[in-house]
Design a protein around this ligand. Structure first.
Ligand code: 5GP
Ligand code: MG
Length: 456
């Protein structure tokens, strides 16, 4: 998973706009970040490990001059966590240099790698570099090369790319990962993984980049091109709705907040329980928790306070601190929990390692009963399209029944939202979503990954 942004803002400092755009997309990846800027003649870039705010200062941003920029914030899925895998990637071709930033995960990287010239050397371990080299080796103009890539690359890829004087934005023919475009009132365009980044930089939402669409933007304006693939069907990632996207983003015309709120309401209908209060695990489950409380008529309380500053630290806690587990991140509001029968809404159970600790923390704080309610169906299958979702061995719902999971979490009851309830809450049609992690059926993954049988 990653966040990307692209800026074309004649007369303005594009790197600064990209920097604030990445700030709004920081939730999509905290491992490394970078910005490349172009001024019509030269592309300059800087990238490093860590959070966007820690990587850049005035001086570094000042060096990235120009009215065009692309930016990336990374959460590694394929390729290890080292700076050579940070993006944007810079490449040279006989028609000029380009900078490239990718969100998603390819599913035919090996095939693309084998198609590269034997003299091509790869520095990184990521699928993104293989894709960038495919552009380097393709014939024709930059637009021709990008269209070629859309014809041969399978998997998930939302991409921003800049040359010395153009900005491109394109999305795989399945439309797995989000990408949208906005305009600046005084001229120019901004592209971002999620719409929440646009108001942050003063841009107005225009529309999504369509699946299989290549947008080319110059200082003269924007053009749209289409690549149609017979083997592609729409397949928006459901996990964007469940967990990943920010609630103040819009996907396919529907607010993520309202989709999660509707998931919570539906969950209350499907799994009601005799209880006193409803709480959510902050931050991602809050809209769902409020939805559950509204539908059930129970009061919504804050049962856990999350430390905003803990983030993803590169200093690992010592053994004693690790055993305290979730206490690094959450403190209970004892006064809200003591003696109460508590409905606890969370968005997902993936590995099932943090959930039992949270249930335990709530019990220690005095909760009399803990009723877990999850605004997604059980996650039974890995993701091959860009979410770091773990393997079959690690996924708790791939290996245990719902009753076994309840026992492992220590909850008094456990209820998951149904697949139909989830789909209805998003306002989408089942056939236009990727539901791979929930059903084991993927839109564009080679059959080498056979889904495993359900345990129940
Ligand atoms: P588990 O019990 O599976 O260890 O943790 C479940 C929690 O992990 C949920 O609160 C959910 O919001 C969160 N979660 C789900 N997917 C991801 C992810 O891709 N990255 C991170 N950091 N947390 C996730
Ligand atoms: Mg969570």
């Amino acid at each position: 998973m990653c966040g990307i942004t692209g800026i074309m803002a004649p007369g303005r400092d594009a790197a600064r706009l990209a920097y604030f755009g990445l700030y709004a997309l920081q939730h999509r990846g905290q491992e490394s970040a970078g910005i490349a800027a172009a001024d019509g003649g030269t592309i300059r870039s800087h990238k490093d490990m860590g959070l966007i705010g820690a990587i850049f200062d005035e001086e570094l941003l000042g060096q990235l001059s120009g009215h065009i920029a692309v930016g990336h914030t990374r959460y590694s899925t394929t390729g290890s966590s080292v700076v050579v895998n940070a993006q944007p990637l810079l490449e040279s071709t006989e028609i000029g240099d380009f900078a490239f930033a990718h969100n998603g995960n390819l599913t035919n990287t090996d095939e693309l790698r084998e198609a590269l010239s034997p003299t091509t050397t790869l520095q990184a371990t990521s699928d993104s570099e293989v894709m960038a080299k495919t552009i380097v080796e393709a014939p024709g103009t930059m637009l021709d090369r990008i269209k070629h890539v859309l014809g041969v690359a399978r998997g998930a890829y939302s991409i921003v790319l800049c040359t010395k004087d153009e900005l491109y934005a394109f999305r795989d023919p399945w439309g797995v990962r989000p990408l949208c475009i906005g305009t600046f009132p005084d001229g120019g365009y901004a592209v971002a993984s999620e719409s929440c980044a646009l108001p942050t930089i003063g841009a107005q939402y225009m529309r999504e980049v369509e699946r299989g669409e290549v947008i080319r933007i110059t200082s003269q304006g924007m053009e749209s091109h289409r690549v149609v693939r017979e083997d592609a069907r729409p397949a928006t990632c459901m996990f964007e709705y469940i967990y990943f996207a920010r609630p103040d983003s819009t996907l396919n015309g529907r607010s993520i907040y309202m989709a999660r709120y509707a998931m919570g309401r539906e969950l209350a209908k499907e799994h009601p329980v005799d209880a006193d209060v409803v709480m959510a695990i902050p931050d991602s489950a809050v809209p769902g928790g409020i939805g559950y409380a509204t539908e059930s008529g129970l009061p919504y309380i804050e049962g856990l306070i999350k430390n905003r500053y803990i983030g993803r630290t590169f200093i690992s806690p010592d053994q004693n601190m690790r055993s305290r587990g979730v206490q690094l991140k959450f403190n209970p509001v004892i006064e809200n929990l003591q003696g109460q029968r508590v409905v606890v809404v969370d968005d997902s159970i993936v590995r099932g390692t943090t959930t039992p600790r949270i249930v335990n923390l709530l019990r220690e704080a005095g909760a009399k009963e803990v009723h877990l309610r999850i605004t997604s169906p059980p996650i039974k299958h890995p993701c091959y399209l860009g979410v770091d979702m773990a393997t079959y061995d690690e996924l708790i719902a791939a290996n245990y029944t719902i009753e076994e999971i309840r026992l492992k979490t220590g909850a008094d009851s456990l209820g998951y939202l149904s697949l139909n309830g989830l789909i209805a809450a998003t306002g989408r049609k089942r056939e236009e979503m990727c539901l791979g992690c929930l059903t084991g059926t993927y839109p564009n993954v080679p059959l080498a990954h056979e889904p495993r049988e359900d345990v129940g």
